[in-house]
Design a protein around this ligand. Structure first.
Ligand code: ADP
Ligand code: MG
Length: 653
């Protein structure tokens, strides 16, 4: 016999869980049955390549029994077994994956007394301890004459012991010693009800003893063991017709696949017999799923893949693009050979076809939901939009469809809107040829529209941008992009339908056509200031500034920094710098506000005294302000403070 202490983390999880109120203790049975079914799936897969593997024991089944007088429930199966080491390592999934993060979330949920959340943690094998004081797991492998059992009262440790298993071939049994509080579970009728409710779609037969309808007297007279009957329907849920499946069944199936406690955003159930044939059920989530860390690069994703009733892959990422990695589901196809290997899957045209179909299905269902259930869709997008936007790295053909179901923040109100909605509200670009303006035909109008956006780290940064002013003044809508991936997105995604996406900080955006006179005046001014501009460039450092120009649309700021045409957006530059240290700094264009009085004063100071130290102070100061406005870091904050004090003392003293 060997005795083991739980790892510190596991102990803490169990501790946290016991002291919490849980919402749904019944799921322990679903979890144990699903483990048994998984084990049977694995055995079935192994038998494909090893014909002797099953021995005489060829009828797969799960057996559930209750012993009312001793308060015991047992679940047995003849799937793949666990050897001694596996009993130790497998039964504690959370400890196995060592998720510190998990413990932290759980701790937080407890602090917030979020019982519903805590309830969600009772999954997997752990859920046994929700209803049992003690759990034993027996397992017998046909390859080993010895068999082992794992025993735990779960409070502090577990032991592993040998047991004699002469008559057993391939077998695993979980024995639950049900605690006082949950005694009412230990009835056959109750267990049958739970199996129907949570595990009806498990397509391995789940067997229980038939109901013994005799009176107590009759039972006394004759000892009789009731025969077994099958409780569930073994037809897999995806092979049933939609009309035979209740919403509860879909939901239970979704939960068993995803560990998401909530309703899915939508369910897609398809039976395709065209080009390729497959049956599938897919679900998209609505709420954040705590079990799936979507930013984990090692995340397993993709639907389960069945071929001719055999589970070939638990996570077929060959069937789902990575930017839809939150989709859960199952696919069954008979168009693949049973003995297909993972390597063969990688370049398989059948799978490629199915993947394409599934992707399209999901996008069209997203569109449906967007149209018919806006509130849920907004919630979904807030949780998963960042992931969907990764399409930009992978997808080309579907870009308009995907962009069509994407939501963007509208800076005017903070609302999330689609690009189509933006285009509907937006006026024609002010500088499009007059012949196309105000036309009756809506489509024609659209083709002259521009989608203006600003990329920023946050909404407040966007709102502080000097470039936004002229748009606000003219009531022109601007979208604000704040996700890190947005900078990549706009590099490649520059047109939507017939509209162009234009950053308000790049290119020369004049929202009003200038008269010849105005143009001339500006040119004059610019010429006049040429030498001042040279000085500015050299004072700041010519390596950082490509050009100094005048801009009439900078509202009340003195100047702003602009990205040159075809240059990298400053947000993207920041990200690249964070990832690969030695990205060269981009030169920027410094724009002076032609309407700011200070610019005039600078000019007179310059005319007076080219070497004026006052002038160079002002230039440096203003440049640092422009940097701060973009949330870059100052190279020398002390200098900024010095200059600030200098100006202040001028005021005060
Ligand atoms: P999960 O099912 O998500 O892997 P569980 O906590 O439910 O997590 O189970 C942990 C592991 O224990 C399983 O992955 C499996 O390896 C093993 N296991 C559990 N139940 C059985 C069983 N009835 N037969 C064989 N292995 C099992
Ligand atoms: Mg499990």
């Amino acid at each position: 016999m060997s005795k083991h202490n739980f790892e510190a983390e596991t102990g803490r999880i169990l501790e946290l869980l016991t002291h919490s109120i849980y919402s749904n203790k019944e799921i322990f049975l679903r979890e144990l049955i699903s483990n048994a079914a998984d084990a049977i799936d694995k055995a079935r897969l192994k038998a494909l390549t090893d014909s002797n593997f099953l021995g005489d024991d060829v009828d797969f089944k799960i057996v559930v029994e209750s012993d009312e007088s001793n308060n015991i429930i047992t679940i047995s199966d003849n799937g793949i077994w666990m050897i001694k080491e596996e009993l130790i390592s497998h039964l504690w999934t959370i400890a196995k994956s060592g998720t510190k993060e998990f413990v932290e979330k759980l701790q937080k949920a407890k602090e917030d007394s979020d019982h519903n959340l805590i309830g969600q943690f009772w999954v997997w094998f752990y859920s046994s301890f929700m209803v049992a004081d003690k759990v034993e797991v027996f397992s017998k492998s046909p390859l080993d004459s010895k068999a082992y059992k794992w025993i735990s009262d779960w409070k502090n440790d577990y032991t592993v012991e040998e047991f004699s298993a002469e008559n057993l071939y391939r077998w695993t049994r979980v024995v639950l010693y049900i605690n006082e509080a949950n005694k009412d579970l230990v009835h056959d009728w109750k267990l049958k009800e739970l199996i129907k409710k949570y595990s009806n779609f498990v397509w391995v037969p789940i067997m229980m003893r038939e109901y013994d309808s005799r009176t107590e007297e009759e039972k006394q007279k004759e000892e009789k063991v009731m025969p077994f009957e099958q409780i569930n329907e073994t037809k897999p849920i995806w092979k049933k017709s939609k009309s035979d499946i209740t919403p509860e069944e879909y939901k239970a199936f979704y939960q068993s696949l995803s560990f998401d406690w909530n309703d899915p955003l939508f369910t897609i159930h398809n039976n395709v017999e065209w080009m390729v044939s497959y049956k599938s059920i897919l679900f998209a989530p609505r709420e954040v799923n705590m079990y799936k860390n979507l930013s984990d690069p090692n995340l397993e994703y993709g639907p389960k893949l069945y071929v001719q009733n055999v589970l070939i892959l638990e996570n077929a990422k060959e069937l789902m693009p990575i930017w839809l990695r939150f989709v859960a589901g199952v696919i069954e196809t008979n168009d693949l050979p049973l003995n297909i290997s993972r390597e063969m899957l990688q370049d398989n045209s059948t799978l490629d076809k199915i993947k394409k179909w599934l992707t399209k299905k999901v996008i069209s269902e997203l569109l449906n939901t967007l149209k018919n259930n806006r509130e849920d869709y907004v919630k979904f997008w807030s949780n998963y939009g960042k992931v969907v936007k990764e399409w930009i790295h992978y997808e080309y053909d579907l870009k308009t469809d995907i962009a069509g179901v994407s939501l963007f923040k509208w800076i005017n109100t903070g609302e999330l809107i689609t690009l189509d909605e933006y285009l509907e509200k937006a006026p024609n670009s002010p500088l499009t040829p007059p012949s196309n303006q105000g036309g009756e035909d809506k489509e024609e109008n659209k083709s002259n529209k521009t989608i203006y956006y600003i990329i920023a780290k946050s909404e407040s940064e966007a709102l502080a941008s000097p470039y936004l002013a002229q748009f606000r003044e003219k009531n022109i809508d601007v979208l604000v992009f704040t996700d890190p991936i947005d900078s990549f997105l706009v590099q490649w995604f520059t047109e939507y339908k017939d509209a162009k996406l234009v950053s308000i900080t790049s290119n020369d955006i004049e929202l009003e056509e200038k008269t010849e006179e105005q143009k001339k005046e500006k040119e004059e001014k610019q010429k006049n200031m040429k030498w001042l501009f040279e000085l500015i460039k050299n004072t700041i450092w010519w390596e950082k500034i490509e050009e100094v120009v005048l801009n009439d649309n900078l509202w009340n700021s003195l100047w702003a920094l602009k990205t040159p045409k075809n240059g990298i957006d400053p947000q993207l530059e920041k990200m690249m710098k964070a990832m690969w240290q030695d990205v060269p700094t981009q030169k920027r264009i410094l724009e002076l506000n032609s309407k700011n009085k200070l610019v005039e004063s600078m000019k007179s100071e310059f005319d007076n005294d080219v070497k004026s130290s006052k002038l160079s102070d002002i230039i440096n100061y203003a440049y640092m302000q422009a940097i701060l406005l973009e949330w870059w870091e100052l190279e020398n904050p002390a200098e900024f403070v010095n200059l600030t004090n200098k100006f202040a003392s001028e005021y005060i003293g």
